[in-house]
Design a protein around this ligand. Structure first.
Ligand code: JHZ
Length: 394
């Protein structure tokens, strides 16, 4: 049974950046539910994939050094640990991972054709298609079974998880490995990071929920790594149950125990989370209003999908945060979905003109603060709403 616990209001598509402020941009309910049987946390309204992931998708994994480095390290580990003959990445985006690998040994799946074009141009085999059973069948015919399937921040974007795992099971070698990486529900709840939920993020996985889902497909998690990326993510190593060559590592039990200790499997946790989120909204608005009242200028740093959730949920407009800055070419000079806040091109000295900067990309706090140390030292203040609204002092 799905139990409702939080209403994040009417939200536009989180990556639908428009060239002018569209007052009547379509918005959809963003309500969060907890499934008492599977322990899966999900949003209620499911958008058609084509509406969100098309030839105009603006998000590029390579825009942050942290992510590029993380993928580079992982690509080396994959080769060293598993030495697979053929790797498939579901959601290869602009190639942050696959471009580190041997072209002959990797295939990318990326339905956003503007992004798929980037890796195709570099000579990497990329299918600009959605991950489903039909595609898995086509791939098996052309390339045979796959030794290692990898997917970062993608499977939580696909509504039909049954089809996702059925297709993986079908295409994966009997001794093959599936590695998936997504924000951790435990970290999300601990950090009060309600902005991990938006129309693209249908689910935020816990190890507990994922274990339950995989049972149906006779697959099991055999190792889990905690990552710092995206505000705390988990990298799950998954195998077919009948593959007895790989032993289940202690990390799996450890993570599940950690989640249970935090009552991730109890509905009351979500009720508490919901209350904290409402408090966070009030306190962020209060803080922004006070800063403005004193005549200070605030700019947002990183026009993230997460920031779209925050500004729309808290009803923040340009009177509070005048602009956002971002390095992504596809976002520059566009408007934050649902709001009259324009995104400016990141320039070295742009922060000089502002007193405060709100961390839209709070998940890259260290990278950003390090990059902008000079301004920080000169008195620029950073604001964050994670884990609760506050000013970060140098
Ligand atoms: P970032 C996206 O979410 C969407 P977002 C998606 N649904 C998903 O699952 C996650 O990614 C993984 C900018 N930036 O990664 C670049 C700077 O301008 O937090 C990006 O626009 N300067 C697929 O959008 C944004 O911030 C910088 O120095 O919440 C970061 O977006 C840095 C570090 C980033 O994901």
């Amino acid at each position: 049974m799905n139990k409702f616990f939080l209403n994040l209001g009417r939200q536009p598509l989180a990556n639908n950046f428009t060239s002018y402020y569209k007052k009547n941009q379509p918005k959809y309910n963003l309500k969060l539910f907890y499934n008492t049987k599977t322990k899966l946390v999900s949003i209620s309204k499911r958008m058609r994939s084509e509406k969100m992931f098309n030839n105009k998708y603006p998000y590029r994994s390579s825009m942050s050094k942290t992510m590029k480095d993380s993928f580079k390290i992982l690509s080396r580990q994959i080769i060293k640990k598993f030495n697979p003959n053929l790797i498939l990445e579901i959601g290869s985006n602009d190639g942050a991972l696959i471009t580190n690998l041997d072209k002959k040994k990797v295939i990318g799946i990326e339905p956003c054709s503007n992004l798929a074009a980037i890796t195709k141009k570099k000579g990497f085999r990329t299918y600009d298609e959605y991950w489903n059973y039909k595609l898995a069948k086509k791939l098996k015919k052309t390339h045979g079974l796959i030794d290692l399937i990898y997917s970062a921040n993608t499977l939580t974007h696909i509504s039909n998880l049954d089809e996702v795992f059925k297709s993986v099971d079908y295409l994966l070698n009997k001794n093959g490995i599936l590695i998936i990486e997504d924000p951790s529900l435990l970290e999300c709840i601990k950090n009060n990071a309600y902005d991990q939920f938006y129309n693209e993020h249908i689910y935020v996985f816990s190890a507990l929920a994922l274990r339950n889902i995989l049972k149906k497909f006779n697959m099991e998690i055999f190792d889990i790594h905690n990552l710092k990326t995206h505000g705390g993510s988990l990298r799950y190593y998954i195998k077919k149950k009948k593959n007895k060559n790989l032993k289940i590592k202690i990390s799996v039990r450890k993570q599940i125990n950690k989640e249970k200790k935090y009552d991730i499997h109890k509905f009351k946790t979500y009720k508490i989370f919901s209350k904290k989120v409402k408090k966070s909204k009030d306190s962020l608005l209060k803080m922004l209003k006070n800063i403005k009242k004193s005549g200070n200028k605030i700019i947002g740093y990183g026009a993230t999908a997460k920031a779209v959730t925050v500004v729309n949920y808290c009803n923040i407009d340009k009177n509070l945060i005048s602009n956002f800055i971002d390095t992504t070419p596809e976002k520059i000079n566009k408007y934050i979905p649902g709001k009259n806040i324009k995104i400016l091109k990141y320039k070295k000295n742009i922060l000089k003109k502002y007193d405060y900067t709100f961390l839209g990309a709070w998940n890259f706090k260290e990278e950003i603060i390090n990059k902008e140390k000079k301004f920080f030292k000169k008195g620029l203040k950073f604001l964050t709403h994670i884990p609760k609204p506050k000013i970060i002092y140098y």
